[in-house]
Write a protein that binds this ligand. Structure first.
Ligand code: GLN
Length: 200
């Protein structure tokens, strides 16, 4: 199958699980590149912020001069998907991250929200926007969404009601790791967001 030349996606590659996201995007035949410098945002139609360690990632983003330009791009409608630590980085400032977050998405997150006992787990989620089939979600020292503000739609909850996926316009935030499963529906969903933003 030829590459989908219509869109180019960047994956923030300072730290964390960026290679797995690049692999997923490649499997979807989309051009994807690693981003470490502000000028590498040029020509991109969207960005994935991977899982990793939000404290380290936010600090590196600040040190590499990425936080302010990315915040501005997002405010102007640039599509982003943040997974796990990436969701934390997208959210409002939280005290224990130590460096500025992007303060872009109107959500309050709880880091390491599932406690030490259940560090990691996998569960089938119902995510209606990607179809009826349950989605196998992998959680690793995951944050959850404690509070959603105006303009945010919760896309998935655990059986106890905890919000673990949300969208606000051009922003998609997931508590779990879609790059660690073979199910590419969430990457495909993000690509639809990107394509719709390109059309406009
Ligand atoms: N616990 C990490 C943090 O707070 C997130 C873990 C992950 O991205 N898998 O940044």
């Amino acid at each position: 199958m030829p590459k989908d030349n219509a869109v180019k996606i960047g994956v923030l590659a300072l730290q964390g699980a960026f290679e797995e996201h690049l692999a997923c995007l490649n499997r979807l035949k989309v051009e994807a590149s690693e981003v470490r410098l502000p000028e590498e945002f040029d020509g991109l139609n969207g960005l994935v912020i991977p899982g990793g360690e939000s404290t380290t990632m936010a600090r590196l983003m600040r040190d590499y001069g990425l936080t302010a330009p990315l915040r501005k791009l997002i405010r102007n409608g640039f599509p982003v998907m943040g997974t796990c630590a990436g969701m934390i980085v997208l959210s409002h400032k939280i005290a224990d991250v130590g460096a500025p977050t992007l303060d872009a998405m109107n959500i309050k997150v709880h880091r390491n929200g599932f406690g030490r006992q259940i560090d990691s787990f996998e569960t089938d989620l119902s995510i209606p926007v990607i179809g009826k089939k349950p989605y196998p979600a992998v959680f690793i020292r995951a944050p959850f969404i404690e509070h959603v503000g105006d303009g945010v739609e919760v896309l998935a909850r655990l059986s106890d009601g905890t919000a673990v996926a949300a969208r606000q316009g051009n922003m998609l935030a997931l508590s779990f790791h879609p790059e660690l499963t073979d199910d590419l529906r969430l990457h495909a969903y993000f690509l639809d967001m990107v394509r719709n933003s390109v059309k406009r």
